[in-house]
Ligand binder design. Structure first.
Ligand SMILES: Cc1ncc(COP(=O)(O)O)c(C=O)c1O
Length: 460
């Protein structure tokens, strides 16, 4: 077996990683690089011959550096991105080093067992039924897809139709009832599943983007066949959580499957103080969430849970003559997610959970929410600035007096300044700055410095 100079190559990567991580407090959070700069730095013809790996790594890092957005920074507040806790990042390094294929128990007993254990911990922490099945996927998009595949299986099975065998042509039509302000990944999952977006009956939402439970009756009316209700824990703009308790009651009464897209909001369940916000969630039929958001595991890492393990497995499992499928009660991960061969994402999730523990996880979520309120209090107290949403979780929507262009100009100015990074959105037809506090390392000083920068740019 050829043994390369591991120390030389990995030593270089380690040095560069440390430079990146320890430099986060000082570096601009955004990237000013344009596509031409990046292509020039990274491009060129196919290399004629080999280059020593340590040299490749040094050159790659140097070329990529101007195009990196410091998403691991405690002052990155864009989209809903988490950072990576030290334990999760280190476990992710080992995941790449070990290079396990997490498809089957036989190809990695360690990867299969770590998913089983971390999956059980997650069910406990999130307050979900202990018998629920768990899948480790790339993100909430695929978690929504997987959960809705299980839902599709089960609602059609109850209608006497085997969708796995017969497909959807000729199947009883499925109605999907979802809030008008649902995340776009629900629609995309329905496209992937052949259910199609025309199957959606949108339910009106309130001023925070929450599905109105009193409008569910009308959405159910005139349909007695298979039905799936997609509720949301954590509106991507406002952070608002649908009234899950009422939705689950009404949907189950109507014989529907309830799916909860809780990409970030489901993590409220880990905090005794915030748990009432997601009351009713444990009684749903399936759930999607992200580990790469509030658990602060490196990209990519999503989680799907299903209260009907047999439906989950019916939708996902696969048998191939050349594979060694589990026969003695072991867990084959590929029975729970759409991938076949797969990265062993469970190691980083396990390490993150083990390092934080129950109290650490609750503290992380509560700290982010408190810091989001700090943003809202300070910005809301400034002249000419309006906080548009009720800050119930980690999301803050801010608008600056004047036309939409003003809010967009402030956002552009903040990004150019580099102290912090926010993203924009359109909320109820008007431009807004969107602040998401999801990073484990963010502290009060980060919020205060960011507010000073935002107000300085808004006043300029
Ligand atoms: C409510 C909701 N659902 C789904 C997603 C998609 O998550 P991912 O990008 O991890 O697939 C997001 C992303 O922010 C979200 O907020």
């Amino acid at each position: 077996m050829h043994v390369p100079d591991w120390a030389g190559t990995l030593g270089e990567a380690y040095r560069l990683a440390l430079t990146h991580l320890t430099g986060l407090p000082e570096r601009p959070v955004g990237s000013g690089a344009g596509p031409a700069d990046m292509r020039a730095a990274l491009g060129g013809p196919v290399p004629d011959g080999p280059t020593p790996p340590a040299e490749v790594i040094a050159a790659l890092a140097a070329a990529a550096e101007p195009g990196l957005v410091a998403t691991a920074s405690g002052r990155f507040f864009g989209f809903v991105f988490g950072g990576a806790t030290p334990a999760a990042l280190a476990a992710d390094w080992l995941t790449a080093t070990w290079d396990q294929n997490a498809g089957l128990y036989a190809t990695s007993p360690a990867a299969a067992a770590v998913e089983e254990v971390a999956g059980g911990w997650l069910l406990d922490l999130l307050g979900l039924p202990p018998h629920a099945s768990v899948g480790f996927v790339t993100g909430a998009q695929m978690a929504n897809f997987t959960a809705l595949a299980a839902a599709r299986h089960e609602v059609l099975r109850r209608a006497g139709w085997d969708v796995e065998r017969r497909g959807l042509i000729g199947a009883p039509p499925i109605r999907v009832v979802a809030g008008a302000d649902r995340h776009d990944t629900i629609d995309r999952a329905l496209r992937f599943l052949g259910i199609g977006t025309d199957a959606i009956v949108p339910v009106p939402v309130d001023d925070q983007g929450r599905m109105r439970a009193d409008a569910l009756g009308a959405a159910f009316a005139g349909h007695s066949g298979p039905m799936i209700v997609c509720a949301q824990a954590g509106n991507v703009n406002s952070g608002a959580v649908d009234p899950l308790d009422a939705i689950v009651d009404l949907a189950h009464e109507a014989g529907a499957w309830v799916h909860v897209d809780g990409a970030f909001g489901l993590w409220a369940s880990v905090s005794p103080a915030l748990r009432p916000l997601v009351a009713g969630a444990p009684r749903a039929d399936s759930w999607a969430t992200d580990a790469h958001k509030w658990l602060n595991v490196p990209y990519d890492s999503g989680l799907v849970f299903c209260a009907h393990p047999s439906a989950h497995r019916a939708a996902m499992s696969v048998r191939a003559v050349y594979l060694e499928h589990a026969e003695g009660g072991e867990r084959d991960p590929l029975d729970h997610n759409p991938e076949f061969s797969r990265r062993a994402r469970g190691f980083a999730v396990y390490a993150a959970l083990r390092a934080l523990g129950r109290t650490g996880m609750a503290a992380l979520v509560e700290r982010c929410c408190a810091l989001a309120r700090r943003f809202a209090d300070q910005l809301g107290a400034a002249d000419g600035v309006t906080v548009l949403n009720d800050v119930v979780l980690n999301q803050v929507l801010v608008r600056f007096d004047g036309p939409d262009e003003r809010t967009r100009a402030v956002l552009d100015g903040v990004r150019r300044d580099g102290t912090c990074f926010m993203s924009g959105t359109t909320w109820q037809g008007r431009a807004a700055m969107r602040i998401s506090v999801t990073n484990w390392s963010t502290d009060e000083a980060d919020v205060d410095a960011s507010v000073r920068t935002i107000l300085k740019i808004a006043d300029a």
